[in-house]
Design a binder for this molecule. Sequence first.
Ligand code: GLU
Length: 256
Amino acid sequence: MRIVVKVGTSTLAHATGRMNIRHVEKLVKVLSDLKNAGHEIILVSSGAIGMGVGKLGLGARPSDMATKQAAAAVGQCELMYTYDKLFAEYGHTVAQILLTGEDIKFDNRRENFENTLSRLIELQAVPVINENDTVETQEIAVGDNDTLSAEVACSAGADLLILLTDIDGLYTANPKTDKNAKLISVVEEITPQIEALGGNSGSTLGTGGMITKIKAAKIVGEKGIDMVIAHGENPSILYEITQGKSVGTLFKGKKA
Ligand code: GLU
């Protein structure tokens, strides 16, 4: 299978913004193993701004654009250094791709990206993709990596998009405040009721929430691609997902 895995800042970093080494190491180990088993893996990784915040000792996510962009420049290095080192331990080569909204929006730029991506996959590399936050301004940004990963999955002609986050999946209510909230294991169709469940959950260091994840499911669903939301704390969950076991929330793509 060709699988796009998106991992959020809340999984990659502690609340301090410093790297969650245990999570990142486990993630890379499982992804390497899945690749060894014959799957094609594309990683969409957040964490640049969050880790820049941690490394620069800023304390909290900055609100001004210049500091955010500076933090992203610092954090992106840290991310790639770590991925390069850990994937290399398992004999895999990583490749960094940083995209702006315009690379997705304009056909000729999207085609360039798609050609590079498919060549990297042929060459057995693991593409690691993030938004190019350092040069991106609000007006031209994709804005969040849930949406970015959905666009990447479409461009890659992926079989599956997996969003790893800090919650088990989509619930019938907010599980942090409602103890009767139940996990929804399969979403056959994204109805207005499902969209209304998006609420506004999000972490302090990252950008996304349930709303952007449901939006991502809509984007890939139109192209017939399935999407799973699952908890990123234990990346072994990826084995179960690729074996088709019921984990987290599966959004079924439209079948022709
Ligand atoms: N591109 C952002 C980063 O690397 C993350 C965006 C998101 O979390 O959706 O910090």
